[in-house]
Design a protein. Structure first.
Length: 238
């Protein structure tokens, strides 16, 4: 679980960090747009936030890890038509990513250093160093990729990650899954987090992914994680 998050999500987490450093730039051009609840702290409308991610993803497509991470595919995600689900372009990106050769240590290090250059202040606020973040990603990259690329035999051999996103879309009322929909339903997620977690995450797909990445969880936390997961999804889940 943690290995998967620290591996593939690092670049997207960095996008959010960098967005915090540049709200005034995009806010000037798009202040007339309605601001999404939850993004108001960034000073970004949905349109401006998506545009910023699109521009940053375009920048990353020239990085050393562009090909092995299929970063050009992320541009299609960030340029998804308004009110259209992000699931299809994520499926396209992830399917291509899973077919790529693994990134080398040098490719990952170079790309994350590029991201960290624009997020140094935000990283320091987290109380960790860029070296620590990069090492975590390097150490867990292949494990995280294996978890993300699992297939769901119960859903026409679709990617398990996509099956999980489809379940989340259904759990949130069936609206096309977009960042705006997730933010809109954030209070509901908080109020019903355990019920939604069981509905979305207590599946054979997530169980298989957890079994893969469990070895990356620090030993000091393993009993806590096992206990929590077991209480939500049953002892057989772990």
């Amino acid at each position: 679980m943690f290995g998967s998050i620290s591996t593939i999500s690092a670049l997207f987490f960095a996008l959010q960090l960098t967005a915090r450093a540049a709200p005034s730039v995009v806010e000037t051009d798009f202040a007339r747009r309605d601001t999404i609840a939850g993004l108001d702290g960034l000073g970004l409308s949905e349109y401006a936030f998506t545009l910023f991610l699109f521009d940053f993803a375009s920048f990353l497509t020239s990085s050393d890890a562009s090909n092995c991470l299929n970063l050009p595919g992320t541009v299609a995600i960030f340029s998804t038509v308004a009110n259209s689900s992000w699931i299809p372009p994520i499926n396209t990106w992830l399917s291509d990513f899973c077919g790529k050769d693994a990134c080398t240590t040098d490719q990952i290090t170079s790309t994350l250093n590029t991201v960290a250059d624009g997020c140094s202040a935000e990283i320091s606020q987290l109380g960790v160093t860029r070296e620590y973040i990069i090492q975590q990603v390097v150490d867990n990259f292949n494990l995280g990729k294996s978890a993300l690329c699992l297939r769901d035999s119960g859903n026409s051999n679709a990617l398990c990650a996509i099956t999980t996103l489809q379940k989340l879309e259904t759990a949130l009322g069936g609206k096309p899954l977009t960042p705006a929909v997730v933010i809109e339903n954030y209070p509901r997620l908080l109020a019903n987090n355990y019920a939604l977690a069981r509905e979305v995450a207590c599946t054979p797909c997530v169980s298989a992914a957890f079994a893969l990445v469990r070895s990356a969880i620090p030993q000091v936390y393993i009993n806590i994680v096992d206990s929590f997961v077991g209480s939500q999804c049953g002892v057989d889940f772990t």
